[in-house]
Design a protein around this ligand. Structure first.
Ligand code: MN
Ligand code: MN
Length: 418
């Protein structure tokens, strides 16, 4: 047997055997299961193997240590699962801006399309609707939303930082910044192809309807509509809205409010799971009944912590990184294992049922959203699986004794350490 094989190195380490420099380098990578060995740790005797003399942009390249110098356990290739709002072109107008990352920009993102929007105080995203459902999370400030359902029942609600809203496919709505400095939020459509720039807008329909039809439709003289905008407004600076209760009463009229709230305070809810390593807040149709097609988790991982090895059996995962620094490794058949780095404003994407974990690689809390096109959040924990399988079965796979397996986390910590 190769004296530097992984098994021998692990056995030597366990026995406290003194290792050579070369074997220590390999052991430090904790495994080189593939031949030929990959990773910088295997080039130490030939350093130019890992240098990059070619053209490069150091400012950009330095952001991706996991890609430039993958762990020795990484193998193979998989479709790019990193994207970002940081380099997405902004559509800036008087009143705010928008930028988006759709499947046209990010091929893997089949189930979710993402938008990042900012509205000034009083700034309005024009009244509109679209064929996809819309789920949003407020990262700064506060926003007032208005919407109605097919029965004409109206919701007018204010959403603060850490809150979210959900509009079912096809139901019309408006958004307005109301915080001292307006608002910023991210918005997910439940279809990767959806574009924020392909919505059905109030002004466009009005402008493209003959005046006599408008007159007949609203039962008023055609002159009523003589001053409607001929171009869409999309985002514009508006006047601050009136008191919430008054606007709610006015919108409800004699028909009333929608039976379910359109908003939910995600950051304000008690953690669904809390450990020494961090916490997770899970929101889906079970605690926010309006959200029938989107489930999500707001995850905080403290420095040194890990969003545990897991996968999601029911949907792809779209991630939005809010704070801190992360490194995610995804495992797929092949085998394939690929690592990528994430910072605030970045987007990650994991196909349904592929194994993955997310490490906090910074010195501050890592905060990110996991978003799924599904009515319920579901994940399968690797440690949970091993802890809830007969120990003899697991032992024969991993060569770990039953007493040690009994110490594996058995209650799905979500974030480690427990
Ligand atoms: Mn919308
Ligand atoms: Mn996940």
């Amino acid at each position: 047997m190769d004296p530097l094989s992984r098994r021998n190195l692990l056995a030597a380490a366990a026995a406290g055997t003194v290792m050579t420099a070369a074997s220590a380098a390999q052991a430090a990578s904790f495994g080189n299961p593939d031949r030929p060995p990959q990773g910088v740790t295997n080039t130490l005797s030939n350093p130019s193997s890992a240098t990059d003399p070619g053209p490069q942009n150091p400012a950009l390249a330095s952001q991706f240590p996991g890609a430039f110098s993958p762990p020795a356990t990484d193998v193979g290739d998989m479709p790019m699962f990193w994207a970002s709002f940081n380099n997405a072109p902004r559509r800036v107008q008087n009143g705010g801006w928008a930028r988006q990352v759709t499947q046209a920009d990010f091929a893997i993102s089949e189930q979710i399309s993402g938008v990042n929007m900012r509205l000034t105080r009083g700034g309005i995203r024009e009244m509109h609707w679209h064929q996809q459902a819309e789920w949003a999370y407020v990262t700064k400030g506060a926003c007032r939303i208005t919407t109605i359902d097919a029965a004409g029942r109206a919701n007018v609600e204010d959403v603060g930082e850490g809150g979210l809203w959900y509009f079912p496919a096809g139901l019309p709505h408006s958004l307005q910044g109301i915080g001292p400095d307006g608002t910023e939020f991210i918005l997910c459509f439940d279809d990767g192809k959806a574009s924020e720039y392909s919505t059905l807008m109030l002004t466009e329909w009005m402008a493209h309807t003959p005046p006599e039809v408008l007159a007949l439709n609203f039962g008023l003289p055609a002159e009523t509509f003589a001053r409607i905008p001929l171009d869409d407004l999309y985002i514009f600076q508006g006047a601050m809205p009136g008191p919430l209760a008054a606007e709610q009463a006015e919108a409800a009229g004699s028909v009333g409010r929608m039976p379910r709230a359109s908003t939910f305070d995600l950051a304000g809810m008690a953690p669904s799971r809390s450990t020494k390593g961090g916490e997770a807040r899970i929101v889906d149709s079970r605690n926010f009944p309006a959200s029938t097609t989107i489930a999500a988790a707001l995850v905080t991982v403290h420095p040194g912590g890990l969003r545990e090895m897991h996968w999601h059996p029911n949907a792809d995962e779209w991630q939005y990184y809010i704070a801190g620094e992360a490194e995610m490794t995804i495992f797929a058949t092949g085998p394939k294992a690929v690592t990528q780095n994430f910072k605030p404003g970045d987007i990650g994407y994991v196909k349904k049922s592929l194994g993955h974990y997310v490490r906090n690689t910074g010195t501050t809390d890592l905060v990110f959203l996991e978003v799924f096109r599904a009515p319920e959040f579901q994940d399968v924990s690797l440690s949970d699986w091993l802890a809830h399988t007969p120990r003899a079965m697991v032992s024969q796979h991993l060569n770990v004794d039953a007493a040690t397996i009994a110490r594996f986390p058995a209650t799905k910590p979500v974030v480690m350490p427990q």
